[in-house]
Write a protein that binds this ligand. Structure first.
Ligand SMILES: [Mg+2]
Length: 411
């Protein structure tokens, strides 16, 4: 018999809506091997091209779930802070535990920001864990399959990022040598015409230079690849409209984050002004914020970052809202293979999946972090093994850990 009275609950008397098993009267005894309790949560940071934050949820059944939170200062500390709210709970109650953490962490700011990211890392691990307990792949927990393979787009870099011909050469290399048919390049690169980048205004020479990058890259790859361009929230609304108008002739896959993220009306105005598809969403949180972008038709394509926006179910919820507006989902992703595969499980299960990003092609050991092959010929296939279907190579994790980190405990 579970003694819920032993659950540590430091904020209990201040919490308006406590969704723990203790207060909800949720029974652990369910039969069929589903009577499982969480015993611990641990994190380890790996020094990838970002400090990937891996999360493990341990149980009394000896089954461990592995997830990943988007990188960020304070995320491991927030996960440690949440551990007492999970210990003793049944990991199969993903939705209730998620809302429980949102409630318990309201003081730390669980509406948006790194607290949501920390909860997302746990939520991804819970999907791995639940899939392993129920012996089904994680996409099955999200509603099943729309497709076998999820398209991956490759974020491209060149040291000569401001040279249109160098960008075209890199596009050619990534298509022909790495096998991608979907690419993204940065467009917020120096042109030599800048006077004052703080005022967000684009001078005519800057527009011409950016248009030349778009022209050279798209005309080099032609129908061999779709190409998106990212502006990282750099320009004024007026400049963004001029840029989007100037590149309309090249029919790009999308133009990403041309304006800063805070003002929804400006975002909407830019999107409505052009036939160039406009994408945004990677620095917004939960379905609440993404809903506003979608319902106002401020994006043509929405770009949530799964382990940042709130996790796998949260991204499924966002995709469902987007689908009501016939808006495709292109998942932003800078994660290790763990969250990349988790994003692929979401992409497998939602109708409107367009692609998942791969942001680490310069890191030759990226795929060594897990035992499985992750990306093949520009696609990632959600594994048929239970849970996420990937196994961390703990030797590689140990070798690549951020200085001062400790390796996870054995299961
Ligand atoms: Mg971006």
């Amino acid at each position: 018999m579970t003694d819920y009275g032993t659950l540590r609950d430091p904020n209990a008397e201040y919490t308006m809506r406590d969704l723990s098993a203790k207060t909800m009267g949720v029974r652990a005894k369910r039969g069929g091997g589903r009577d499982v309790e969480i015993t611990d949560v641990q994190t380890t940071m790996v020094d990838g091209n970002f400090p990937w934050t891996l999360v493990r949820v341990y149980t009394d059944a000896g089954i461990v779930g592995t997830g990943e939170a988007y990188w960020g200062a304070g995320v491991p500390e927030l996960i440690e802070r949440m551990t007492p709210f999970l210990v003793g709970e049944n990991p199969l109650d993903i939705d209730r535990l998620y809302e429980h953490l949102v409630q318990k962490m309201s003081g730390e700011g669980s509406v948006e920001g790194v607290t949501v990211t920390a909860i997302a890392g746990i939520e991804v691990a819970l999907h791995d864990l639940a899939g392993k307990i129920l012996e089904v792949p994680a996409y099955q927990l999200l509603g099943g399959k729309y497709r076998d393979e999820v398209r991956v787009y490759c974020d491209c870099h060149t040291e000569e990022e401001a040279d249109p011909e160098a960008c075209a050469d890199e596009a050619e290399r990534v298509v022909e040598e790495l096998g991608y048919d979907a690419l993204k390049f940065d467009l917020d690169v120096p042109s030599g015409f800048e006077k004052d980048r703080a005022n967000r205004h684009l001078r005519p020479g800057e527009i011409r230079h950016k248009t030349e990058i778009v022209e050279r890259v798209t005309e080099r790859v032609k129908d061999r690849a779709d190409v998106a361009f990212d502006c990282h929230w750099t320009f004024s609304g007026g400049s963004a409209k001029r840029l989007a108008d100037a590149i309309e002739a090249y029919d790009v896959w999308w133009l990403e984050d041309p304006v800063p993220p805070e003002n929804l009306e400006v975002q909407e105005e830019v999107t409505r002004s052009t036939t160039t598809p406009i994408t945004a969403g990677e620095n917004r949180y939960r379905v609440t914020e993404l809903r506003r972008l979608i319902e106002n038709q401020a994006v043509d394509i929405v770009a949530p970052d799964m382990p940042k926006v709130g996790g796998m179910r949260e991204t499924r919820k966002i995709a469902d809202v987007a689908n009501q507006y016939y808006v495709p989902v292109a998942m932003h992703n800078v994660s290790s293979p763990v969250a990349t595969v988790a994003s692929a499980h979401v992409g497998t299960a939602i109708p409107n999946s367009l692609a998942v990003e791969f942001h680490s092609y310069e890191l030759d050991w990226w795929e060594d972090l897990v035992e499985e092959t992750v990306i093949e010929d520009g696609y990632v296939t959600a594994p048929e093994e239970p849970g996420l279907g990937v196994t961390l190579d703990l030797d590689v994790v140990a070798e690549k850990m951020v200085d001062g980190e400790e390796l996870f405990d054995e299961a």
